[in-house]
Design a protein around this ligand. Structure first.
Ligand SMILES: [Mg+2]
Ligand SMILES: [Zn+2]
Length: 232
């Protein structure tokens, strides 16, 4: 065999993640939420996070929290919200792997407030990510923009119940996002169809099956057809 042949094992596979916005995406956006007791998850978030975990994706939260710079709450308050979020997810057997947040105000011009990509780059170093096989999922144009800057798959889910907000940015988000979904779960399934190792995955599992692994509760039946039967 010539010396230039690639080794049998190939290059190490870097990890995949879905970057999740927090307010308006995982939980109801109450605008500068300070009290952990008021935190409320959106429908389907627990199920969606379980599907991502089952398919081997890290779940990393990236959130702008300018309320810290504005003096509306402290870093400690942000940590308390995140602890509450972890607890509520655990009640649904769901989890995230890390939180990254920007505490700065827009006028500070930091490198970490979305749509700047500082936190995403930090996460990519922390977790050895292949960003070209990662996705961002959020309810605002700034989430889509950050994802596009890094060449990630972008999924836009306008927050249910907030149709009257952010109208001026919506056309850009609709036009530029790779996926537009009406719910968290629909966005997760779209991401898995595009990025799960299903398209050529070594185990040969259909994408839908990969997504379904680990979710044992009964299906709602929404939007999923039978498809290929998995090998038994
Ligand atoms: Mg948001
Ligand atoms: Zn910042």
């Amino acid at each position: 065999m010539p010396a230039s042949s690639p080794p049998d094992r190939g290059p190490p596979v870097r990890r995949q993640a879905v970057f999740l916005d927090r307010d308006g995406t995982l939980n109801v956006d109450l605008h500068y939420l300070k009290d952990p007791e008021r935190l409320e998850l959106h429908r389907g978030v627990g199920e969606g996070l379980r599907r991502l975990r089952a398919a081997g994706f890290l779940r990393l939260v990236v959130t702008n929290q300018s309320g810290v710079a504005r003096g509306l709450y402290t870093a400690k308050d942000v940590e308390a919200i995140h602890a509450r979020l972890v607890q509520k997810l655990a009640e649904e057997d769901a989890s995230v792997d890390a939180f990254y947040y920007c505490p700065h105000a827009p006028e500070e011009g930091c490198a970490c407030r979305k749509p700047e990509v500082g936190l995403f780059r930090q996460a990519a170093r922390d977790w050895d990510l292949d960003l070209s096989r990662c996705a961002v999922l959020g309810d605002r144009y700034l989430d889509v923009e950050a994802g596009r800057r890094l060449g990630m798959l972008t999924a836009y889910v306008p927050e249910p119940g907030s149709e009257g907000e952010y109208l001026e940015e919506r056309p850009r988000a609709l036009a530029e996002a790779d996926l537009v979904a009406s719910s968290f779960l629909e966005a997760v399934d779209g991401i898995l169809q595009r990025l799960a190792r299903g398209s050529g995955n070594p185990a040969g599992l259909p994408v839908a099956q990969v997504a379904r692994l680990g979710s044992t509760d009964q299906r709602t039946g929404a939007g999923r057809t039978g498809g290929t039967s998995p090998p038994v």
